[in-house]
Design a binder for this molecule. Structure first.
Ligand code: NAD
Length: 345
């Protein structure tokens, strides 16, 4: 977190607060404390025990009520369970705060639309925590000419009760939905999906096929009942294949190029002949500067509030991801979600 001086850039620290300091909210507190752009004024949680613990451990003020926090702060992180996003974020906007809402923006499109309208009316910013957009493994692709035709994504975690207030589509798949919407840059034209309810009372594992108006296709699988974690995206386009490992923050790029066009960054170039045409298959591992994506995300939020940057994922982009996630859920519901024991072998 060095290399620039916020105050010297005529910025003034933005007064912030974290609302909901459970598992992820605790990390928001840790990261906001490190940001010179942010003046963390305190935290609020509806669970008094959790509030006291975080306040004591992180040496931050515990606000007695949400109203007290919103009175003091200019910008808040909303890190309560998804079901509470709308209520807390709308109260914060009405109190004049800019809001960073953890993903998904809300539980329904109606709630998301109401938040967006409120933000416009109150002239306040909504940014949403689609954190993979800040993952260095994705950010490093900026220098490539991307025109994905086919993307395959896998996002698997082992079971934890946290996040099970919503189906796996809203908890995990929505990360990849947001990323593929961003990479493909074309509206979704058709959604097919299937899902299985294995442990909880909503879908625990789902697979979706998204077709885009430009002809691209994305196949996404998300599971919260897997033995081993995985967060991978494979991107295919003419003469190029890219593999992204979000967990390892690792990106690999394979290209088929003319023999005199070897990219300078290639660490391997293997001659390849197809129908008499000789070319090279090159392999690059673009150096990803490892960093904490949450810190970058919150820095981007605070700097956006200060008018110095644009939010990586604004409320409208988050609403678009929620819209597709809802279509995935609807496609599963139309097919009749399979219960345990009914899954095709
Ligand atoms: P959690 O259950 O660990 O924590 C939520 C906290 O919010 C609890 O301490 C609870 O007491 C508090 N709370 C509930 N309602 C409240 C209210 N109305 N006002 C104040 N406090 C309230 O949940 P978590 O795992 O930290 O998840 C929180 C949010 O973060 C969810 O929306 C989840 O989708 C999101 N999340 C995002 C990522 C990511 O990768 N970006 C990862 C995990 C969770």
């Amino acid at each position: 977190m060095t290399g620039y001086n916020f105050a010297a850039m005529k910025g003034r620290p933005i007064k912030t607060a974290v609302i909901g300091v459970g598992h992820l909210g605790g990390f928001h507190v840790e990261q906001l404390r490190q940001l010179p752009e942010a003046n963390l004024m305190g935290v609020f949680d509806s669970d008094p025990e959790r509030l006291a613990t975080v306040s004591r451990e992180q040496q931050v003020r515990a606000f007695a009520t949400l109203e007290e926090a919103l009175d003091v702060a200019e910008a808040v992180s909303v890190v309560v369970p998804t079901a509470g996003h709308f209520q807390v974020a709308s109260q914060a906007l009405e109190a004049g705060c800019h809001v960073f809402i953890e993903k998904p923006i809300a539980r329904t499109l109606d709630e998301a639309d109401r938040l967006l309208r409120l933000a416009e009316k109150c002239q306040r910013l909504i940014q949403v925590g689609h954190i993979e957009r800040l993952n260095p493994a994705l950010a490093v692709l900026d220098k490539y000419r991307l025109r994905p035709r086919f993307i395959e994504g896998h996002r698997l975690t082992s079971f934890s009760e946290r996040g099970t207030d919503v189906p796996v589509i809203l908890d995990l798949m929505i990360h990849d939905i947001d990323v593929v919407l961003h990479l493909i840059g074309s509206p979704v034209s058709e959604v097919r999906a299937n899902g299985v309810q294995v442990i909880t009372d909503s879908i625990d594992i789902a697979t979706a096929r998204l077709e885009f108006e430009n002809g691209a296709v994305a196949n996404l699988t998300a599971s919260r009942i897997s033995q081993r974690p995985m967060r991978k995206l494979r991107i295919f386009q003419g003469s190029m294949y890219i593999g992204i490992d979000f967990l390892q923050q690792l990106t690999e790029v394979y290209q088929l190029v003319d023999s005199d066009r070897q990219p300078p960054e290639a660490i391997l170039a293997i001659p390849f002949e197809y129908r008499g045409r000789r070319r090279l298959i090159t392999y690059e591992k673009p150096a990803t500067e490892k960093y904490n994506a949450l810190l970058m995300e919150l820095r981007n939020f605070i700097r956006s509030v200060a008018g110095l940057e644009q939010p990586a994922v604004d409320g409208y982009a988050a609403r678009a991801a929620l819209d597709v996630a809802m279509q995935v859920q609807a496609a599963i519901d139309r097919g009749g979600p399979l219960a345990e024991g009914e899954a095709p072998s």
